[in-house]
Design a protein around this ligand. Structure first.
Ligand code: DHB
Ligand code: FE
Length: 267
């Protein structure tokens, strides 16, 4: 639709593309490389491979728009949980699981470091627990693959949605994730190679939080001990999202515990 905003964005994009071509004296052959890259990304994009988003991410674009979108009001005394990029591997309709259950549905994956993650979802202004908050979580298997990338994992492995009760508390069993490479056998990988950059992301767990009356939070948490914590291929790490996995005694179902509280902002 030709809204003023659409016209503004389109005109701005054209202006910057033209400036880019002029400043770099872009040739027809060079421009065709870009066309081929976009076509290849389009051909590769399906429900298992979100190549267009991947390409934006290695260029830092998703992290930049995340920062722009969620800029905080400067008068806030406390802050809601920081956001981070969604990334290309979110799936809608992850299983709705009972609080306290385990998202590791595949026996093979129980070779990973089993973790009890728990905390409370609160209103960042009042500190009160939020009832009915949905914690939607997803992470990679010990082989570094999300379930939709890996035919050996059952569908929706390492994904789940948990809804808080009156006390705002959540908890589930998962695995301590590992660093892993973003898919680099396509156009995004070609760009990384051209820039002499690696494809690795630090170990992370993804979250999408929703609650009635509150702004949704898209975020990730990062393992402080993970390699690449200072050198994420898609620039998503923020200080407040770095967490510590602690050895956990006394629970036969977990090797580590991971306490983490989420703070949401009402509309
Ligand atoms: C990207 C994000 C991820 O969380 C991930 O696991 C892989 C790639 C990305 O932003 O491209
Ligand atoms: Fe990820």
């Amino acid at each position: 639709k030709a809204t003023p905003r659409v016209r503004q964005l389109t005109a701005g994009l054209i202006q910057h593309l033209h400036d880019f071509a002029r400043e770099n004296e872009l040739t027809v052959d060079e421009w065709m490389v870009g066309v081929e890259l976009m076509n290849a990304a389009g051909r590769m994009s399906d429900s298992k491979r979100n190549e267009g988003q991947l390409l934006c991410d290695i260029l830092g674009l998703e992290s930049l728009v995340d920062e722009i979108t969620y800029k905080l009001a400067s008068d806030a005394t406390d802050e809601p949980t920081a956001t981070a990029i969604l990334g290309p591997f979110y799936r809608h309709n992850a299983p709705e699981l009972a609080m306290g259950s385990c998202i590791v549905s595949d026996e093979i994956n129980k070779t990973g470091d089993r973790t009890w993650m728990y905390g409370i979802v609160t209103d960042f202004r009042t500190g009160k627990p939020i009832e009915g908050a949905v914690v939607d979580v997803w992470h990679t298997a010990p082989n570094g693959l999300y379930e939709q990338q890996d035919p050996d994992q059952p569908e929706f492995n390492l994904r789940g949605r948990f809804t808080t009760g009156k006390d705002g508390k959540y908890g589930f069993y998962c695995l301590r994730p590992v660093p892993y490479p973003i898919p680099y056998d396509g156009p995004a990988g070609d760009v990384l190679k051209a820039l002499d950059r690696h494809p690795m992301r630090p170990a992370h767990i993804h979250f999408l939080l929703k609650a009635p009356g509150y702004k949704p939070i898209v975020t990730q948490i990062f393992d402080r001990k993970s390699k690449y914590i200072d050198d994420d291929a898609v620039f998503a790490v923020k200080d407040t999202l770095i967490v510590d996995f602690k050895p956990y005694e006394g629970d036969p179902k977990a090797d580590f515990e991971l306490p983490y509280d989420f703070k949401m902002a009402s509309f």
